[in-house]
Ligand binder design. Sequence first.
Ligand code: UD1
Length: 419
Amino acid sequence: MEKLKIIGGKKLSGSISCSGAKNAALPMLAATILSDEPITFKNLPYLQDITTMFEILGSMGADITLNESMDFIISTSKLHDFEARYELVKTMRASILVLGSLVARYGSARIALPGGCAIGTRPVNFHLDALEKLGAKIELKNGYIEATAKKLVGCEINFPGVSVTGTENIMMAAVLAKGQSVLRNVAKEPEVEDLANFLNSMGAKIRGAGTDEIIIDGVEDLTGTKFSVPADRIEAGTYLIAAAITGGDVTISNIQAHRMNNILDKLKLSGALITEGEDKIQLTMENDSILPVDISTAPFPGFPTDMQAQFTVLNALSEGSSVVTENVFENRFMHVQELNRMGCDITVKGSNAFVKGVDSLNGAPVMATDLRASASLILAGLCAKGETIVDRIYHIDRGYERIEEKLSYLGADITRLPN
Ligand code: UD1
């Protein structure tokens, strides 16, 4: 298994470009199923999760090519299998995103039921209940979701809880439904708006994305489109924290501050000077000290759970105590034990992590348990004394494009060790 070796203690400085957002790209790739015409993607990030979605689409019969401008062109006009196999779904829960498109376009889908994962049970009942309301028949057989429908019919759906991929799945189902759908208590994440913009560029009629209520007027069919995947706010946030904990000065280009104000506000409270430009954000640490900042995760516009592990590292190096509360997933403190092995002083009680700032960390061999947990271990390694070896980095490759290259470019001492 590949590992990352980090020698901590380097101040990061310079400028890097933000990649396309994984969580925006995945639903857009699933939405290619909705049209017979080819769809061209610019700025698709090079990530394991994107490869997994390619494998799912490819196994169904999609044609995926790369042109000379490095744009991906996807054509789903010859789909013949409407199935996402367990071997793929178990590596990426977001595989469930093909459910809505398949049922809307082909009236049939067989998707392995995603199991629990490292950060919690993560059921998909909101997706299934809402799809049933649109007229699909759903059966659970041999570990698979089997969904069929003649023609979905628009309706009112009140989600019992806020779900990002649940909202996206049902948006994709409703765009080809007969009549109007009104989705309430939906997720307002920027990636939901991105998907609405993408679908509208294909001829869908979606209003209200980014608010609590999305209204969709079903259309007969959708066209092809050419679309650039917007920036990954979680990637940008992770690099800004890398700059903050190393006392650095880093600019991230190709990212719009309005996508991540909830993260920037907390960084400012921690003592970082944030300068927002058009499509770029600069973080400068003016003092050596980091101030402790309480954070409490919540659906957008709240603080994102996908930045919780990284922000915990920032707090762990601050001058004081803070409380990190995880409200979205029930088991998302797996990184804490490993961080404590590096010298952090963090105590988890229920959904709270009580963090006491320490002066310094020590390098250690550590194990990544999930995507954002691995990011937090790399961050800790960047400012720890001596060598940190992060094992199981396949987690990081799911969601960070060329992380060691980008960090090296900023001056970090980080190398990928082969198997
Ligand atoms: C998405 C993101 C993930 C992020 C998460 C929360 C993608 C591909 N993934 O995951 O990076 O961490 O949003 O911002 O965009 N729930 C149910 N029933 C359901 C669906 C969800 O109870 O049918 C619960 C979940 O267990 C969780 C909460 O709702 O406690 C929010 O989960 P959800 O927003 O669905 O996360 P994902 O869409 O899987």
